[in-house]
Design a protein around this ligand. Structure first.
Ligand code: GLA
Length: 389
């Protein structure tokens, strides 16, 4: 029997928990970033695809002034009084994503009334696949229905980013909510995070696949290191006299590097080179040049590991094995993806060799590490959706 997806579990869970049928079904996808890591908050380019795995929210009005939210994953509920000012839950729970988005809708003057909601998700949590943005964007999409306020999809992404900053206290960039909001089936998204304008690139060559390899580990450093890196990038931009590292050049960095802190120099070198690689990778997609794309993916990992220092032993282990297989064995390139310090690696592979590649990586990795890897291949999925059910 096929496992039920998040939408059907949200519908079933809603009925079981609230004793009625839902009226709305909102959903948004996780994402995997092909290349362009830690460039979004530097005004650079990113190149993600939306996943098939989605977070779903089933909901219905409840004739009160309260919002009751139930999470399938944690088995917890939250109850929010809409007549009071919205505040983050100080226990730092999942509900802050919903609270932050509710606050964003209040800020723009949307008319909200009480409702019950049940959340279910197929996006792995803590894997660098953007489960938090999937939840925020799904919830924002639900609120568009509840308040009859249709937002521009970019404005919706920005509202969700603000929710993450102010309620979840993670100073993230725009990539994750943007792709969750605007992802397109069979397309990769080249997003310019300076102008927030995007180009959708057809990405559906059946001969190549995107393989996601989850290390199933998450090191506690992730959130604090994220904020520190952001600060280091700000310091680099200030020293180079530019508003963001998007405007910095590697020549100028080379000229000034002796007068700069060496860690800050390496952070800037990653960002400047990664922005250039991402633009080149988009060209590779246009030309279906998978060998060249793979080399850029490999170079991205080296830069993330050496200069940005956001990889970890497990991710490096996966990448080394994948590189050992190499193009002759069907692996064009492999790198860590997302926020780092654990989570997933992404590889561009020949579809025909998929099975042997997965088996080889799995076996070789098991010799090094007790933790098990999980694998899936993905084809670019759709962005957020809302239906009346
Ligand atoms: C996290 C953030 C994104 C981005 C990536 C790294 O996923 O939410 O905004 O900065 O890390 O590329």
């Amino acid at each position: 029997m096929m496992a039920k997806d998040a939408k059907s579990r949200a519908t079933g869970g809603f009925a079981a928990h609230f004793g009625a049928a839902p009226r709305w079904m909102a959903s948004a996808p996780g994402r995997v970033n092909l290349i362009g890591e830690f460039t979004d908050y530097n005004g650079g380019f990113v190149l993600p695809i939306a996943l098939d795995q989605r977070t779903a929210v089933a909901a219905a009005p409840n004739q009160s002034n309260r919002v009751t939210i139930r999470s399938e994953a944690t088995g917890e509920s939250d109850s929010i009084d809409l007549s009071e000012a919205l505040k983050p839950d100080l226990r730092g729970r999942w509900t802050n994503y919903a609270r932050g988005v509710l606050a964003g809708f209040c800020d723009i003057g949307a008319k909200l009334s009480g409702f019950d909601a049940f959340i279910a998700s197929d996006v792995p949590v803590g894997a660098g696949l953007s489960s938090s943005a999937a939840l925020e964007v799904a919830f924002a999409t639900l609120l568009e229905g509840v308040s009859s306020t249709k937002l521009d999809p970019v404005a919706k992404a920005l509202l969700c980013q603000k929710a993450e900053h102010t309620f979840a206290r993670v100073p993230c960039g725009i990539m994750d909510p943007y792709i969750a909001s605007l992802g397109r089936e069979d397309h990769a998204l080249l997003l310019d995070c300076q102008s927030n304008e995007a180009v959708w690139l057809p990405f559906a060559d059946p001969a190549v696949s995107v393989l996601v390899i989850n290390t199933n580990v998450k090191h506690h450093l992730a959130i604090s290191a994220y904020a520190v890196r952001r600060e280091e990038c700000r310091a680099a931009a200030a020293f180079l006299g530019v508003t963001s590292l998007r405007a910095a050049s590697s020549e100028r960095l080379a000229e000034l590097h002796e007068r700069m802190d060496s860690t800050v120099v390496r952070r800037a070198r990653h960002v400047i080179s990664e922005i250039a690689r991402t633009v080149q990778a988009a060209e590779c997609i246009r030309n279906r040049d998978w060998a060249e794309f793979g080399q850029l993916i490999d170079a991205s990992h080296d830069s993330l590991k050496g200069d940005y220092e956001v990889s970890c032993r497990e991710l490096d282990g996966v990448v080394d094995i994948a590189r050992g297989i190499g193009t002759s064995g069907g692996v064009f390139g492999c790198r860590m993806t997302g926020g780092g310090f654990g989570g997933c690696a992404v590889a561009l592979i020949e579809t025909a060799r998929h099975q042997e590649i997965v088996e080889r990586i799995d076996e070789d990795y098991r010799r090094l590490n007790p933790a098990r890897l999980t694998f899936f291949t993905c084809r670019p999925g759709r962005g957020a959706e809302l239906a009346e059910v």
